[in-house]
Design a protein around this ligand. Structure first.
Ligand code: FAD
Length: 245
């Protein structure tokens, strides 16, 4: 089987995102009604650079909630169920995932972890297990169909599908949730597959909205030290104790 690579596309981002975040921030500190400023923001009379500078200043004070008004929607394929099981733990997000009840899994592709790929005996065991699961899935599905389960046969046959099976998912997060997602999942301690996804999403976010995502990433990037502690640190940044010694 050819290696399965992740494909992640940015489907949508809230339009006029810089102006929207600026307007939300300004409403907090402005005596007037921000809707009256809105045309000036869109026309450029209050320039984007000025807006971005204002946003960066307020953000650095720790006031973050106005970035919640802007959301990003991604579509991902070529990722495993093991990955999406971790992804959907992020509750401040919306998800729509390809169903294993309605989509046949008889020829599922799978993700081969690099560490197993690098071990010929491990790779052979892994591939043979996947082939066995495909066969068992197909067998179970046809047995259930013969029992009259009809379209519902896949619903039970899917119980043998592995975490390695690839899936497709659409997910939406607002900027604040994304910043939290990147802090956790861009960390070198995060599991390799979701870390790879997080870095792809971060690159897309940086391109679309640099004012918010220019400095985003693992928590150490913001803190300037590693919050994981001496036992777990990857060594990229000094740990907290060293940093404040
Ligand atoms: C390296 C790593 C290892 C992990 N290992 C495990 C593991 O072994 N087992 C496991 O079960 N999970 C594990 N997780 C998942 C982790 O516990 C979180 O569920 C997941 O990362 C989502 O983070 P979150 O809650 O910050 O995000 P979200 O669910 O998107 O929430 C965002 C923020 O909203 C706030 N919030 C959301 N819900 C509540 C609430 N009910 N009450 C109060 N505040 C709330 C919090 O401030 C939270 O940070 C791991 C995560 C990482 C990064």
């Amino acid at each position: 089987m050819p290696p399965v690579e992740p494909r992640v596309e940015l489907l949508s981002c809230t339009p006029n995102s810089v102006e929207l975040i600026y307007a939300a921030f300004r409403q907090c500190y402005h005596a007037g009604f921000v809707a009256d400023l809105w045309p000036l923001l869109l026309s450029g009379e209050i320039g984007r650079e000025k807006q971005a500078e204002f946003i960066e200043n307020v953000l650095s004070s720790g006031h973050v909630s106005p970035v919640e008004h802007v959301s990003f929607t991604f579509a991902a394929e070529g990722v495993s169920r093991a990955l999406t099981h971790q992804l959907v733990r992020h509750r401040l997000a919306s998800f729509s995932q390809q169903s294993q009840r309605y989509v046949d899994g008889g020829n599922f592709d799978y993700i081969l972890p690099p560490a197993i790929k690098g071990n010929p005996e491990g790779e052979a065991a892994f591939s043979s297990c996947m082939e066995g699961l495909r066969k068992t899935y197909r067998r179970l599905k046809s047995l259930l169909e013969a029992d009259g389960r009809g379209d519902l046969a896949a619903e039970d046959a899917r119980f043998v599908l592995p975490q390695a099976a690839v899936t497709r998912i659409v997910f939406t997060m607002n900027c604040r949730s994304l910043l939290n997602f990147f802090e956790q999942r861009c960390c070198n301690r995060a599991q390799w597959e979701i870390r790879r996804l997080a870095h792809i999403c971060l690159a897309l976010c940086r391109e679309a909205l640099p004012v918010i995502f220019r400095h985003a990433g693992a928590r150490c990037e913001r803190l300037g030290y590693c919050p994981e502690g001496g036992k777990f640190t990857c060594g990229r940044y000094p740990v907290r104790e060293q940093s404040f010694a």
